[in-house]
Design a protein around this ligand. Structure first.
Ligand code: URA
Length: 268
């Protein structure tokens, strides 16, 4: 039976075969790899002798230097003058392997003129299918949470609107955690995203968002305190996926939503 493999599974299978030695040349004579190597005394002595001058002078091959993906990301992101241009720049950025395994680019949703910009971690399955952030179960909870303080991603009114994006724009395979090199590559785009949308405040959803933008994890301690990220006031909050697994933490989340509301009203 023919099986369709996605990019990440196919890559993992190839790496596994290479680890097993599938890419090594097959010799004519069988090799007993369990037999201890027999070293002739003369060969052993030659091996122990200092290397001749000539060998030391042999030219060293420089390791192939690829383009620096972070520098490329920065240049592309900085060149974008609008959010549409930024989305196009991201769509054309081919250095992140996550893109190959994803169905869709997940750029943002909501009203880009909103005062509040929510930054999540990465798209999951539903987001990957729809090309929009926070549309699965966690996203539905996120919508209800913000609705409780009068904010809505569908609102055309800046005051009551919400703008939503993620640290990573492509779904990691099996929803695994983002890798530091993936975050480093995507950070220049996120920085430019915040610059162009220019919200009044950021809400950092969960540990990975805090790690990327504050350089710190530990959401239990970080939440409920205003921090600063990319020159904006930033409020770390429990991720709605965490709240689905730990409903008792909704009390703290409600506290944080009220902090956000007070800030928006100019009272905090
Ligand atoms: N979790 C996130 O962090 N972002 C999404 O878009 C969906 C789930």
């Amino acid at each position: 039976m023919e099986m369709a493999l996605d990019f990440h599974t196919a890559k993992a299978l190839l790496e596994w075969q290479i680890e097993l030695g599938a890419d090594e040349a097959i010799g004519e004579a069988p090799v007993d790899r369990y037999a201890a190597p027999k070293v002739e005394p003369a060969v052993a002595a030659a091996a122990a002798a200092p290397a001749p001058q000539q060998a030391a002078a042999a030219p060293v091959m420089a390791a192939p230097q690829g383009p620096d993906p972070v520098a490329q990301a920065r240049a592309l992101a900085q060149a974008a003058r609008t959010l549409d241009e930024l989305r196009e720049a991201l769509a054309g950025f081919d250095h992140c392997d996550l893109k190959k395994g994803a169905r869709n680019l997940v750029f943002a949703d909501g009203n880009p003129r909103a005062r509040v910009m929510v930054i999540g971690e990465a798209p999951g399955r539903d987001e990957d299918m729809q090309g929009k952030p926070f549309v699965g179960r966690a996203g539905q909870l996120l919508d209800r949470m913000f609705a409780a303080i009068g904010l809505d991603r569908a609102s055309p009114d800046t005051e009551s609107a919400l703008y939503i994006t993620n640290v990573l724009p492509w779904r990691p395979p099996q929803n695994r955690d983002p890798k530091p090199e993936e975050v480093a590559m995507m950070l220049p785009f996120l920085e430019r995203h915040v610059e162009l949308a220019d919200p009044d405040v950021l809400v950092l959803m969960g540990n990975h968002s805090c790690q990327a933008l504050l350089g710190r994890k530990g959401i239990t301690r970080l939440r409920g305190h205003w921090a600063e990220a990319l020159g904006k006031p930033a409020l770390p909050m429990f991720h709605p996926a965490y709240l689905l697994r730990n409903p008792h933490a909704k009390r703290e989340a409600w506290h944080d939503l009220l902090m956000l509301q007070a800030r928006l009203r100019g009272a905090a």
